[in-house]
Write a protein of this length. Sequence first.
Length: 233
Amino acid sequence: MGHVVAIDGPAGAGKSTIARGLARRLGWFYLDSGSLYRATAWHMRRLGLDPRLGEDRIRAAREIADRVVFRADGSGCTRVLVGDSDPGDELRTDEMAEAASVIAGDQEVREVLHAVQQGSRRSGNVVAEGRDMGTVVFPDAEVKIYLDARVETRAQRRLLEYRAKGLETDLDAVLAEMKERDDRDMMRAVSPLRAAEDATVVDTSDLGIDDVIEVLVRLVKARIPSASQWRLE
């Protein structure tokens, strides 16, 4: 079984970009856990299933678990294939994000998809990013990190992302959306968002992406002595 770096945190803290960058530095596989929930939502839409119905969610999750394939692309991203189908950028749409948020609140769905995520370490070392990686999915991870940032900073980052996609909105609307998402993630009964007791909390509010990655590289090398043998560019 491979080593695991588990990275958790709220939306807009920089998890995805930082986790991808860290995985590239280490030469490890990057696991985007949220992509599984989005893939489940995508599969449900394709089958005409309703994400609000528990029996439909469970059916889709079980089918995904049997058919999903992770594939790293040249940019360090993780592509999720469902059988012979590649959802591609459809997984990044707001529709899939909203449906995935509903699906992620189902305990049985999470148990099914957790098993898929845990299986990713059988073939090597993993940088796993999500909202319950260090607390639930990989409680034995050698390195646990909780990335955070001021909610205003996170909202500003998300606003820039929206505008880069050509979506018109304003900071107040994005801030309200961010606070609502935080409340939903932190207060849900199933795998609520929180820092693991043994996690290192890193505030990214005033740090650049490269600065955060350097902090995490040093942390990994300190926690896992064999890290000096890996490819650290």
